[in-house]
Design a protein around this ligand. Structure first.
Ligand code: GCU
Length: 356
């Protein structure tokens, strides 16, 4: 049943090189992976500049938090760019009971910790640290060429969009976390909701240091395949939010079926690490079925590397039936577009089960 549903979408082949040679081995997959990264950079999100040589962190504020169970700090991260120095703050909350603690790097809509989207005490109680990045501290969510956007030369067609910049910031946070003795940077999960779920995916696709990637309700240009998608389309997203993407993405408006790429390729770039995609039942704009089919289609990237991909019965799972036995995990939650405590509990259960 899923096979037919997927076939009806007519997705471009994942395990076929650009010159049509089949990809049959893990070594060949590394080459295909490079092609896909290049394609999504050039056609969708724009190319990411090289990482700075060094990221430093200055602890601006430090206090006990959550009944003394954790330390909460404001840390200002700084690094050099071609246009001069840049800095942005993160909020780091680390549990005292677990050292070094696995961490969630959250790219967030708000700077506050805790927040409706970030049940910090519960996360700490599960033994995870949180590094929260307020996305507008990196660059504005609009066409303005401010913050990080002002500091790098940008090609009109292939230069990075705002999603790429927010993703870059999450990687810089990981650069810093690698220097902290209280954080287990080998178990770092990047997470985001909606436009920031797209960001988490693009970040984790490029930065293989993240051991897990969570996409919450990311929808169009995120986990949902564009071909045959309900709700938001490439035409609409590229028209309303052109600055999230590179200039070339405009060419695919209304032409998703002709594009050499689709979103399963973005998901596949996380393989063989842990990918967790989740949807909300009422979130028809994001389109749960297209997000789930993205996971089904991407699974081949895990199996070619001899890791099980999505382990699922031959149908879309029901609400409250998480699938987390394979490299690709998925759930659909009751309710609307939101990063809910329910979602976090599933993500944490998955991390605990697999030690990622
Ligand atoms: C809009 C947009 C979506 C995006 C969402 C969000 O609805 O169309 O693509 O995911 O905003 O970020 O909340």
């Amino acid at each position: 049943m899923l096979k037919e549903k997927l076939a009806a979408r007519g997705l471009p082949a994942l395990l076929e090189m650009n010159d049509e040679r089949p990809v049959k081995t893990p070594e060949a997959w590394r080459k295909r992976r490079a092609e896909l990264l290049d394609m999504l950079g050039r056609e969708e999100f724009g190319f990411t500049p090289a990482a700075p040589e060094k990221v430093t962190g200055e602890i601006e504020k430090s206090q006990d938090a959550f009944a003394n169970k954790a330390v909460q700090q404001t840390v200002r991260l700084s690094f050099d760019t071609p246009g001069g120095p840049f800095s942005f703050p993160i909020t780091l909350v680390a549990p005292k009971a677990v050292k070094p603690a696995p961490v969630f790097v959250a790219v967030s809509f708000r700077p506050e910790v805790p927040d409706a989207y970030l049940p910090a005490e519960e996360i700490i109680d599960h033994g995870f640290a949180i590094a929260n990045i307020f996305y507008k501290d990196v660059t504005d969510d609009g066409p303005a060429c401010d913050g990080l956007a002002a500091l790098y030369p940008r090609d009109e067609k292939t230069g990075w969009g705002k999603i790429g910049m927010w993703a870059f910031a999450a990687s810089r946070a990981l650069d810093y976390l690698e220097t902290r003795e209280d954080i287990d940077a080998c178990r770092a999960c990047v997470i985001g909701h909606s436009r920031l779920g797209k960001t988490a995916l693009w970040c984790g696709a490029q930065d293989e240091r993240f051991s897990m990637v969570v996409s919450n309700d990311s929808g169009c240009a995120g986990a949902a395949v564009s071909r045959g998608k309900a709700g938001e389309s490439v035409d609409r997203i590229a028209g309303v939010f052109p600055y999230w993407f590179c200039g070339n993405y405009q060419a695919w408006r209304g032409r998703e079926a002709e594009a050499p790429f689709d979103q399963h390729m973005l998901l596949a770039l996380v393989a063989p690490r842990k990918l967790y995609v989740n949807s909300a039942e009422e979130d028809t704009w994001a389109d749960p079925e297209s997000e789930f089919l993205g996971c089904v289609a991407a699974s081949e990237a895990w199996t070619i590397q001899r890791v099980p991909g999505l382990v699922a019965p031959d149908e879309m799972p029901r609400v409250g039936e998480p699938l987390m036995d394979g490299g690709v995990c998925y759930h659909v939650r009751a309710g609307s577009h939101f990063l809910s405590r329910t979602d976090w509990l599933y993500h944490m259960a998955c991390r605990e089960k697999f030690g990622v």
